[in-house]
Design a protein around this ligand. Structure first.
Ligand code: 6PG
Length: 261
């Protein structure tokens, strides 16, 4: 439908560089309108290469990074220092190289800072709610209940070979977990076994969702995700709050998408 767009790029590097440029522009546009901007980061090779491309771009200097709020779509429930942590990979690629406001970097708890994944998820739910309430007071005096999550101006998602997004795996029943924006995940089919993940409810609330995927091994997953055939469906266009879903792919991942090339 009209607000799902599939954009192929000639190579992995061009995909990362272009997504970085797109992200910088998106943050600038939102900041000029609202004074601050919010991005939800993803792990995975494309997501992290995108952050490294931002760090390498002179255009990054135009962004007021102290007014950017960073959240994560998921993180692995491992030790803080583990190389498996998305926060660590994002920090090494970008966050350590720009003047972020540490209070605006919202990381999911690690296995050395929370008792278990359920506590880690509960902590994140509380952090999301606090940010949403603060934003709600600023933005809207309506007595309505503030939403469970703040406004996500852009939410990045890597795509697993099985079409999983964040740490929401197709074979895990009940993954939608209606009524909560973040969950603890155990027995993930992809190691490490324990993670904290946003749910579809939180993902669907984003203003824009950008799914980034590269490689021929992702072509089938892209097809699954686009067709919504997987248990964990990438939000159909028009889902509450989602104004635009971009599939940013390299040519190998776009190969099977009719009309994409
Ligand atoms: C995981 C995966 C996930 C990653 C996707 C996409 O552990 O759940 O590693 O974090 O985002 O698998 O990975 P690529 O961007 O490398 O294709």
């Amino acid at each position: 439908s009209s607000n799902i767009r599939v954009t192929p790029h000639p190579s992995f590097d061009v995909l990362a560089a272009t997504t970085a440029a797109r992200l910088i522009t998106r943050l600038l546009d939102v900041q000029s309108e609202r004074g601050e901007a919010t991005v939800v980061l993803t792990g995975g090779s494309v997501g992290i290469a995108t952050l490294a491309a931002v760090a390498a771009s002179p255009a990054r200097l135009a962004v007021d990074w102290g007014k950017v709020n960073f959240w994560f779509g998921d993180d692995r429930f491992v030790e803080t220092g583990s190389p498996d942590r998305n926060l660590r990979q994002a920090s090494e690629a970008l966050l350590d190289h720009i003047p972020v406001d540490p209070a605006r970097v919202h990381a999911m708890a690690a296995s050395d800072t929370a008792a278990d994944v359920d506590e880690a998820a509960a902590l994140y739910v509380a952090e999301l709610a606090a940010a949403a309430a603060a934003e709600w007071e600023n933005d809207d005096a309506s007595p309505a209940q503030a939403p469970a999550v703040p406004r996500f101006d852009v939410l990045l998602l890597g795509l697993g070979p099985d079409a999983h997004i964040a740490s929401l795996f197709p074979e895990m029943a009940g993954i939608r977990t209606k009524g909560t924006p973040a969950v603890g995940v155990r027995n993930s089919p992809k190691p490490p076994p324990e993670r904290v993940s946003l749910t579809l409810e939180a993902i669907n609330s984003a203003q824009e969702i950008w799914i980034v995927a590269a490689g021929a091994d992702k072509a089938a997953a892209v097809g699954l995700g686009l067709a919504g055939a997987s248990e964990v469906q990438v939000p159909a266009s028009g889902a509450r709050g989602v104004n635009k879903t971009l599939w940013l792919l390299d040519e190998a991942a776009a190969a099977k998408v009719p009309g994409a090339l």
